[in-house]
Design a protein around this ligand. Sequence first.
Ligand code: NI
Length: 210
Amino acid sequence: MKKQAVALIVLSAVSGSAFAHDAGEFFIRAGTATVRPTEGSDRVLGMSHFNVSNNTQMGLTFTYMATDNIGIELLAATPFRHKVGLKETGTLATVKQLPPTLMAQWYFGGADSKLRPYIGAGVNYTTFFDEKFNDTGKGAGLSGLSAKHSWGMAGQVGLDYMIDKDWLINMSVWYMDIDTEVKFNSPAGRQNIDTRIDPWVFMFSAGYRF
Ligand code: NI
């Protein structure tokens, strides 16, 4: 081995920065993200409240360490697809959504810790698309489904475990305030249903730092 290489290894061992979330570093984490709505809504056509199914997609987070303890993170994902229905009717419709979320985070511990728990707070934007009634919904005379985009606050807790100096495994949980107005036509006229999605989002991922 060359002298310089040995010197570098000794230096990094002595400086203790083998595992690090250092200021100026950039992380990408990729894994599964599960959206679990804690739903509720106004009553729909004199029946019960909307229920909204869970869905799991690929989640990505991009994190920039502004200091050794403060991170800025963007959550992105492939589109989530939810079934929406009523107790009385079963599933009536499907809807897709993307919930990009920007967080300011605090990482506990030192830059060289193998284990970095963190908390975050930020803002969520959710856009809904491909809102469609299924045959049950159409059979009941429903049409023209749309769900309004949502802006809301989000909170987060997470944990990074550094496997080596570049790779980590992660788990994190968000609570997102996502509220929408669901509009559609029915035989009883145009409906406008205030709907709370307010999901827990669970992510399990592997990460890489640059
Ligand atoms: Ni809400």
